[in-house]
Design a protein around this ligand. Structure first.
Ligand code: CMC
Length: 379
C-alpha cells in the first residue's frame, strides 16, 4: 500500500486507543472520558495513574493497595545509587534518568516462575515508584550529598519534593505539585508516547519501552520546553522588553517557547489550570517577577500569534510553578517523566492487547541502480 507522505505524521492515526481524548478546537482533554478539570479538582496523581493504566477508577481497597505497593517500592538498590554516583555531576539529568531506567530493567527481568501478567504489574509499580527516587538521587549526588531516603509518611508528590530539597513541603504546595503530575500524566499519541508504542510493538521489556520514551521526551520541542520558557522569561527580564523581544524573535523566524501545539488551536486546558496554580502559589508564598513577564508574553503572543491558533501550551506556566516549588530548571523534564510514565505504561499495556509491530513505509528520494565506483577511481 502506498500513501502520501505527511511530515510529522500530522493527523495520521497511529493507533486505536481509549486512554485519553483531546479536542484541540475546543480545548478539551479527558482521561478515560473524565475531564481533566475534574481530575485536577478531586483526584490524586496515583489514583489518576491507576485510572489510566487499569482503565477504571479504583474502589477504595484497590486504591489503598496500589498506593501501598508504590510506597513499598520507593527505595532503589545500592547498585543503582553507585551507578548514579559515577555519573558526571554536570551530566544532563534526562540522560542520567534514561540510563537509570534502562538499568532498572537489568535488575528486574522476568523470571521463569513469573507470569507475564505478574511481570507487567510488578514493572508498572516499580517504574511509577522508582523514577521519582532516581531523579532525586541524581540531584542529591551531583550536589555531593548522600541521597535523602524516601519518607513513608509523605504522599507521592510530597515525598518527591522532600527527597529533592531535603525540606518537608507545605501540604498545599505538595497538593499543587500532585495536580501538576496529574496534568502531565497522559496526552494521546505525542512524540514520546509514539516512541513507547514503537518500542512496545517489538515486544521489548517495559523498562526498555520507558527508556525509549524518556529519550524522546528530552528534546526541547517536547518535554524540554518548560525549561526554555523560564530561560526566555529571564532573558526578557522586564515587562517593557516583552514586545520587542517577541517581535525580534518572530522576525528571525524563531519560535516562542511554551506556545503552539500540534493539536490545540486554543489555549491548552492544562495551561489554564497551571496558570491558576501558579497564581495561587505566588499569592501564598510570594510574588514572582517572572510571572508578570509571562502574563505579558501571553498577551503579546495572543495578539501576534493567536489568529494562527498559537496559544500557551502545558509548558508555558508549568516551569513557573516548578521554580516556585524549588525544583531546579534542568529537572523540569525529568519531573515531566515522573508523571508521564503513567501514560506511557498505560499505552504499553494497551499496545500489547492488540499488537502488531510498527513498520511504516517511506517515500524514497535517492538515486537508483548506481554503478559502484572502486575506491581507486573516486575523486
Ligand atoms: N512560535 C512561533 N511560531 C510558531 C510556534 C511558536 N512557538 N509554534 C508554531 N509556530 C508556527 C511555525 O513557525 C509555523 O509557521 P509557518 O507555517 O509560517 O512555517 C506554523 O506555526 C506551524 O508550525 P509547525 O512547526 O508546523 O507546527 P507543529 O504542529 O509541528 O509544532 C510545536 C508544534 C509544539 C512543536 C510548536 O508549536 C513549537 O515548536 N512550540 C514551541 C515549543 C513548545 O512549547 N513545545 C511544547 C509543546 S506542548 C508539550 C509537549 O508536547 O511536550
Amino acid at each position: 500500500m502506498s500513501g502520501e507522505y505527511v511530515p510529522g505524521l500530522e493527523g495520521v492515526p497511529a493507533t486505536r486507543s481509549n486512554i485519553s481524548f483531546v479536542d484541540g478546537k475546543n480545548g478539551i482533554l479527558e482521561y478515560r472520558g473524565i475531564p481533566i478539570e475534574q481530575l485536577a479538582e478531586s483526584s490524586t496523581f496515583l489514583e489518576t495513574a491507576f485510572l489510566l493504566i487499569f482503565a477504571h477508577l479504583p474502589i477504595k481497597d484497590e486504591l489503598l493497595a496500589f498506593e501501598a505497593e508504590i510506597l513499598s517500592h520507593r527505595r532503589v538498590k545500592y547498585r543503582i545509587r553507585d551507578m548514579i554516583k559515577s555519573f558526571p555531576e554536570g551530566g544532563r539529568p534526562m540522560v542520567a534518568l534514561q540510563a537509570c531506567i534502562a538499568a532498572l530493567g537489568l535488575f528486574y527481568p522476568i523470571s521463569r516462575d513469573m507470569s507475564k501478567e505478574e511481570y507487567a504489574y510488578n514493572s508498572t509499580i516499580r517504574l511509577l515508584s522508582k523514577v521519582p527516587t532516581m531523579v532525586a538521587t541524581f540531584h542529591q549526588m551531583r550536589l555531593g550529598n548522600d541521597p535523602i531516603p524516601p519518607r513513608d509518611d509523605l504522599g507521592h508528590a510530597g515525598n518527591f519534593l522532600y527527597m529533592l530539597t531535603g525540606r518537608e513541603p507545605d501540604p498545599r504546595a505538595a497538593r499543587i505539585f500532585d495536580v501538576c503530575l496529574m496534568l502531565h500524566a497522559e496526552h494521546t499519541v505525542n512524540a514520546s508516547t509514539f516512541s513507547a508504542l514503537v518500542t512496545a510493538s517489538t515486544l521489548a521489556d517495559p523498562y526498555t519501552v520507558i527508556t525509549s520514551a524518556a529519550g524522546t521526551l528530552s528534546g526541547p520541542l517536547h518535554g524540554g520546553a518548560n525549561e526554555e520558557v523560564i530561560r526566555m522569561l529571564k532573558d526578557i527580564g522586564t515587562i517593557e522588553r516583552v514586545r520587542p523581544y517577541i517581535e525580534e524573535r518572530l522576525a528571525r523566524k524563531e519560535r516562542i517557547m511554551g506556545v503552539g501545539h500540534r493539536v490545540y488551536k486554543v489555549k491548552d486546558p492544562r495551561a489554564k489550570i497551571l496558570q491558576n496554580l501558579a497564581q495561587e502559589l505566588f499569592d501564598r508564598f510570594g510574588h514572582s517577577r517572572l510571572y508578570d513577564i509571562a502574563l505579558e508574553v501571553e498577551r503579546v503572543c495572543d495578539e501576534l500569534l493567536g489568529h494562527r491558533g498559537i496559544y500557551p501550551n502545558v509548558d508555558f506556566y508549568s516551569g513557573l510553578v516548578y521554580e516556585k516549588l524549588g525544583i531546579p530548571s534542568d529537572l523540569f523534564t525529568p519531573v515531566f517523566a515522573i508523571s508521564r510514565v503513567a501514560g506511557w505504561l498505560a499505552h504499553w499495556h494497551e499496545q500489547l492487547t492488540d499488537n502488531r509491530i510498527f513498520r511504516p513505509s517511506q517515500v524514497y528520494t535517492g538515486t537508483r541502480q548506481v554503478e559502484y565506483t572502486p575506491l581507486s577511481l573516486r575523486s
